[in-house]
Design a protein around this ligand. Structure first.
Ligand SMILES: Cc1cc2nc3c(=O)[nH]c(=O)nc-3n(C[C@H](O)[C@H](O)[C@H](O)COP(=O)(O)OP(=O)(O)OC[C@H]3O[C@@H](n4cnc5c(N)ncnc54)[C@H](O)[C@@H]3O)c2cc1C
Length: 244
């Protein structure tokens, strides 16, 4: 994980209402040097086609923390290996220029809850950490984190109050079901909660589908109590899908 702090005047009014908002990180198309934004088109967005330029590479990231007064934005990057965004984050230096777009409108999950489950992998850690900071300490929170190994250090999570942190390791090889099994089993083994609550799950596409099935099937959570999203997909670039 590498935290980068971006600065820029337009951050003064960047609005991010929900912990699972996302920004588009815009990087130059392959083979192009620095990204230069062309003039806006009729929809107000930079019009790459009209300027005869290839569209930029766009990847989704969580606005981990925004400081409007300081005009800074923190983003936590999981350095997963190959991919333009992970490569950029791994090699970024002070003074480098990057563009971000968004977030679009937020779907705010109510905070007036008795319990909250936060389930995900490295890519979801920024959203999970942000939710933990934003929730009242009275909410009974359970966090289930999947990482490549259990030795991996997690960024500091604010786990004050009656909170549980469970960790599972992702198998190195196997088919989609085998790869999902540790996280799915851990979620299935949780005691089914009662009362007003919400479950957030974000990880690899096939894994999150299996987790969602356990949340709604095994635990019987209602559709409105679950927010599940594919934050990436094995073998695919720039995959994002909301399952609800
Ligand atoms: C709403 C939302 C919020 C997100 N927030 C964050 C965040 O705050 N921090 C963060 O690090 N990520 C976050 N992600 C995930 C991030 O957008 C993806 O990991 C993205 O694919 C990375 O782009 P890339 O250019 O590095 O790799 P890509 O070009 O998209 O993919 C290249 C290869 O890498 C694999 N790959 C992609 N992501 C991962 C991964 N996480 N682990 C292992 N293999 C991977 C792909 O399967 C593909 O084979 C978020 C995703 C969504 C949808």
């Amino acid at each position: 994980m590498r935290r980068l702090t971006l600065g820029g005047d337009s951050l003064a009014d960047l609005a991010s209402e929900s912990f699972d908002d996302h920004l588009k990180l815009l990087l130059p198309a392959a083979g192009h040097g620095e990204l230069v934004l062309p003039p806006p088109g009729p929809d107000g967005r930079p019009d790459f086609a009209a300027a005869g330029l290839p569209p930029p590479v766009a990847r989704d990231y969580t606005p981990r923390r925004v400081d409007h007064a300081a005009r800074t934005l923190e983003i936590d990057f999981h350095l997963h290996g190959e991919g333009p965004a992970a490569r950029w984050a791994a090699s970024a230096r002070v003074g480098d220029i990057v563009h971000v777009a968004g977030p679009r409108g937020s779907m705010v999950v109510p905070a007036d809850l008795e319990w909250q489950w936060l389930i995900g992998d490295e890519a979801a850690l920024p959203a999970i950490a942000r939710r933990l900071e934003e929730l009242s300490k009275d909410v009974d929170v359970t966090v289930v984190i999947e990482t490549a190994t259990l030795d991996e250090a997690l960024p500091p999570l604010d786990l004050a109050g009656a909170r549980r942190l469970l960790r599972v390791a992702r198998p190195a090889t196997g088919d989609a079901m085998a790869l999902a099994a540790p996280l799915v089993d851990a979620v299935r083994a949780l005691p089914t909660p009662r009362g007003r609550g919400h479950a957030f799950a974000a990880t690899e596409s096939r894994t999150v589908r299996a987790v969602r099935e356990v949340l709604t099937g095994h635990h019987g959570l209602a559709k409105g109590q679950v927010r599940a999203a594919a934050y990436w997909q094995r073998g695919a670039a720039a995959h994002h899908e909301n399952l609800d």
